[in-house]
Design a protein around this ligand. Structure first.
Ligand code: OSB
Ligand code: MG
Length: 376
């Protein structure tokens, strides 16, 4: 493919309700949409970045900087891209900045699939036609408020209920959910790195509630203490923040740091690396699921396509558009096809169009880059 133009749009979308985790409270999502143009085709992707460096070290501002200064010039430095898997290799010399890398990688994957006339899921090698999905519930002011949300999402048929926990907001919340909704609700907890190994006795108390997993209890950069903790817990540990690459996944599996991995396309630097992690986990009998970063519709569409791969055997965090947004930037909006299920589009690429009027409504700025404008 020959790339004619790369466009970066910055959007700011208010969340319907604030979303709180152990690392902070979010009231809006500020992110980039990158579109890559080649002839009649346009590939789209959305940055997973948050406005603040609280989940990882990146922000929407750093993603924008890295794209403009380094990644877009690198993209234009190659004569011709034959396959999207070349992007990850092209960006290898640049350390980290995975969310910035992922947005170019994703847009090139969408563009490639559209040029081939196949769905993004098919291009990635996935053949599910529908996926089971779950929902992530933030920290609320009272346990009663958490229970109200759980009730609503169970009624919508979501196949996995994830609740955020932090010290002081853990055993009580999980116990209340089990007491009110019973032992069969598929339930898990996400700690977003808010505990240390000293808290093992509290985390051990969670074993009695038969959770599907506990996600990232310990430090964002740890795999050693997680291995020690896993030995003490019967609940499987799932890693999120600690895994940035297939190499990280290999080491975590080898050490016994987790029994499940949450794959987020942004955190691991794109779809090519996400698929590699999926494949490695599959050959090690480690189930994976697709995590979320409060994505708008373009990011959601990428997550749906990735989740069509067969070892995504646990429902992910990709809920319908109305989970967070009054209006989504894609059309049609992402809606449950059946309770707790989303259809994997079979039309070319991500399978959703941009809703330009909603897009314009949330647009803050727009810049474009062509090969001629870049000094190599
Ligand atoms: O840890 O999975 C997480 C949101 C922002 C940052 C980190 C996380 C999350 C979520 C929400 O849990 C997932 C979603 O609904 O997109
Ligand atoms: Mg998480």
């Amino acid at each position: 493919m020959n790339i004619d133009k790369v466009e970066i749009s910055r959007l700011k979308m208010p969340l319907k309700q604030p979303f709180e985790t152990s690392f902070g409270r979010l009231t809006f999502k500020d992110f980039l949409v990158v579109s890559i143009h080649s002839g009649d085709f346009v590939g789209y992707a959305e940055s997973a970045s948050l406005p603040y460096p609280i989940y990882n070290e990146e922000t929407t501002g750093t993603v924008s900087y890295i794209l403009k200064e380094f990644l877009i010039p690198k993209l234009f430095s190659v004569e011709r891209i034959k396959h999207p898997t070349e992007i990850h290799k092209l960006f290898q010399p640049i350390r980290r900045n995975n969310m910035a890398k992922a947005v170019i990688d994703g847009a090139v994957w969408d563009l490639y699939a559209k040029q081939q006339g196949i769905s993004l899921a098919t291009a990635l090698g996935g053949d599910k036609q529908e996926i089971d999905v779950g929902v992530s519930i933030g920290i609320e002011a009272t346990v009663g408020k958490v229970l109200e949300k759980v009730e609503r999402f169970i009624a919508e048929g979501y196949k996995k209920i994830k609740v955020k926990i932090k010290p002081g907001h853990d055993v009580e919340v999980v116990r209340a959910i089990r007491e009110q909704f019973g032992p069969d609700v598929p339930l898990m907890a996400d700690a977003n790195s808010s505990y240390s190994l000293d808290d093992a006795p509290i985390l051990k108390q969670l074993d009695q509630f038969n959770l599907i997993m506990i996600e990232q209890p310990l430090a964002h950069d740890d795999i050693i203490d997680h291995a020690k903790l896993q030995k003490q817990l019967s609940t499987p540990i799932c890693l999120d923040e600690s895994i940035h690459s297939v190499e990280d996944a290999r080491k975590a599996i080898e050490l016994g740091s987790c029994k499940i991995i949450n794959i987020k396309v942004g955190r691991v630097g794109g779809l090519t690396e996400a698929k590699k992690i999926h494949d490695l986990c599959k050959s090690n009998n480690i189930p994976v699921w697709c995590g979320g970063m409060l994505e708008a519709g373009i990011g959601r569409a990428h997550n749906i396509a990735l989740s069509a791969l067969d070892n995504f055997s646990i429902p992910g965090d990709t809920s319908a558009s109305d989970r967070y947004w009054a209006y989504d930037i894609v059309t049609p909006e992402i809606m449950l096809s059946q309770p707790g299920r989303l259809q994997v589009p079979d039309s070319p690429g991500i399978g959703y169009e941009i809703n330009t009027s909603v897009f314009e409504q949330y647009l803050i700025s727009k810049e474009f880059f062509t090969n001629e404008l870049i000094v190599k």
